[in-house]
Design a protein around this ligand. Sequence first.
Ligand SMILES: C[S@@+](CC[C@H](N)C(=O)[O-])C[C@H]1O[C@@H](n2cnc3c(N)ncnc32)[C@H](O)[C@@H]1O
Length: 217
Amino acid sequence: MRSVIKYILDPVIKKAFLWYHSKPRKYSYHGITVTVLPEVFPPHFTLSTKILLNFINKLDLIGKTVLELGCGSGIISMFSASKNAHVTASDINKIALRNLKLESKKNNLPIQVIYSDLFDNINQSFFDYIIINPPYYPRSPKNTQEKAWFCGKDFEYFEKLFSQLVSRADHKNAYLILSEDCDFKAINEIAEKNNLQLKCVLEKKVFFEKNYIYSIL
Ligand SMILES: C[S@@+](CC[C@H](N)C(=O)[O-])C[C@H]1O[C@@H](n2cnc3c(N)ncnc32)[C@H](O)[C@@H]1O
């Protein structure tokens, strides 16, 4: 099966994608709209963001603490805030964070926005939910923008993620989405090396791609 991301990497489709993504574009979910800047991960074409949003929609988030680790456009954070969660959104993409601060103000949805390489600057020790839509292509990112897609040629993103998560009291509250197209074996091995287990809690096929949400135990 070819995933949406593989299509985007195809030279012809990549051209069309780059053209579409060269301008700010709106993305909406259940009445919440964000502007997605060209430098920020576009939720429009990939299925993962929407699947996570549908997953979150079923949760009772009133008064719950939510961390969106790697928030990109911040639509998941904004939607969680609209469901009365106390939301923290983090990323290493400063353009994304600056824009999310504006969107949060504009929509009157309070979000704590933090620049952080994974958990490096996250001081809060416990969240009820940690939502992660990770980059998973094993290539070395050339710039911040590419870090939305590429996890490092030796899966450095997952090495650091799992080694940080395992020592957190709330790691069992973390949900990670992966596509059937990723190297699950390699990612799972890194989890297991860190004494963590990936337990599938949702399998969703949209068009031609299966995605899985994992709970990290
Ligand atoms: C696949 S995108 C998901 C964006 C958003 N959560 C969504 O679902 O639409 C991955 C995001 O993780 C961010 N990211 C990549 N490496 C990171 C790191 N080491 N620390 C924090 N964020 C990171 C990227 O900048 C990007 O915004």
